[in-house]
Ligand binder design. Structure first.
Ligand SMILES: [Fe+2]
Length: 358
């Protein structure tokens, strides 16, 4: 394959998702989570976070089947779009370019169906909107301040990471076993733990989109609000602290089942020799630092992704071991200490056995 220089990507910028009931999704993302509306009509709602100055971080588009239409990244200059075109054409991918943009607020942009089957977009030109950093009169206790990252499900994480490294991403953390199977990897352009991650499973699917809050207490405020609204059933997992990334997290499911993470306080990764952190898949603190078991749905479910014509991309089965197979029930009860230290408490051993009956 010809080596073509990759486009210089700044950061993950927005996701376009298809929702089946625009009013229900508006209630979730605007009334409950407090995202700011940049534009809306009967077909779509464009939303942004409190600290964002570009037109949007999330598009909700009305459609028949819940899905993801685009994972969009901002590049450093308009010229980088030529590189994006060349990079994907050299890989035999479907590539489309639209000078006036595929969506509102965005100018010249390139959309591709990438080698893993995901719909990626690259753009530079974008309309600016007011950045509400200082608008404390409208901030809510659980204010969502930035888009932080995407998370994608792909059957072959090793192949996925190789392609993303060609695209200029750097690995910050991964999960492996002693046989060399890679279960997940986190990759960044901006100097945080990630702009996107690859999780091993049947794919391509979208695992989640993650928004940042300032502090841990903002996450608690969101949980309290969901409880007060009797919407606690949209909490899938957490709140908790991740091992991977060291961030605080909360996972929610929107009215269509799209997974949304609220995330805060990971660490700086911008140096060229930033060390990669590798976690053992049997380490019960990798996914949750406190050892809280991960619910099976979190490993199992993901959103369909669309090709450039809007058709669902068929799934490819994962053939390597998955974390779900490794961890159902046993997750949280494998090992936390070296074997020669205290044995597992008896009540946890019981839970371990129960877990295996799931
Ligand atoms: Fe995440």
């Amino acid at each position: 394959m010809t080596k073509v220089q990759a486009p210089d990507i700044l950061r993950c910028a927005y996701m376009e998702i298809v929702v089946t009931d625009l009013a229900a999704s508006r209630k979730f993302y605007v009334d409950t989570l407090g995202l700011l509306v940049t534009y809306e009509d009967d077909e779509a709602i464009y939303l942004r976070t409190y600290e964002e100055f570009i037109h949007h971080n999330l598009i909700l588009r009305k459609g028949p089947v819940p899905a993801v239409a685009a994972f969009a990244f901002r590049v450093r200059s308009p010229e980088e779009l030529d590189r994006a075109e060349e990079f994907y054409k050299a890989r035999g991918c479907e590539v489309r370019r639209k000078k006036d943009g595929f969506v509102r607020g965005i100018g010249d942009s390139v959309r591709v169906q990438d080698p893993l089957g995901f719909p990626y977009e690259f753009f530079y030109e974008v309309e600016h909107r007011e950045r509400h950093c200082w608008s404390y009169d409208i901030h809510v206790p659980g204010a969502i301040v930035r888009l932080d990252h995407f998370n994608q499900i792909t059957p072959d994480v090793t192949a996925g990471v190789a392609y993303m490294e060609d695209l200029g991403f750097r690995i910050t953390e991964d999960i492996r076993d002693d046989k060399g199977t890679v279960y997940a990897a986190w990759m960044r352009r901006k100097p945080s733990v990630h702009d996107t991650a690859m999780t091993g499973g049947d794919g391509p699917r979208m695992h989640h989109i993650a928004f940042a809050t300032h502090e841990k207490h903002n996450i608690i405020a969101i949980c309290d609000k969901l409880g007060a609204l009797r919407k606690s059933d949209c909490i899938e997992r957490g709140p908790g602290r991740h091992g991977v990334s060291n961030a605080y997290y909360l996972y929610l499911r929107d009215p269509d089942g799209h997974r949304v993470e609220i995330y805060t306080q990971d660490y700086y990764t911008g140096d060229p020799d930033n060390p990669v952190v590798t976690w053992d898949v049997h380490d019960n603190q990798r996914r949750d630092w406190w050892g809280t078991p991960v619910v099976p749905s979190w490993y199992r479910d993901g959103s369909t992704v669309l090709d450039l014509d809007g058709n669902p991309v068929p799934l490819v089965k994962r053939t390597d071991d998955s974390e779900l197979a490794q961890t159902i029930g046993a997750d949280g009860f494998s090992y936390t200490r070296p074997e020669d230290e205290d044995s597992m408490p008896e009540w946890k051993q019981g839970e371990f056995k129960l877990g295996h009956q799931l």
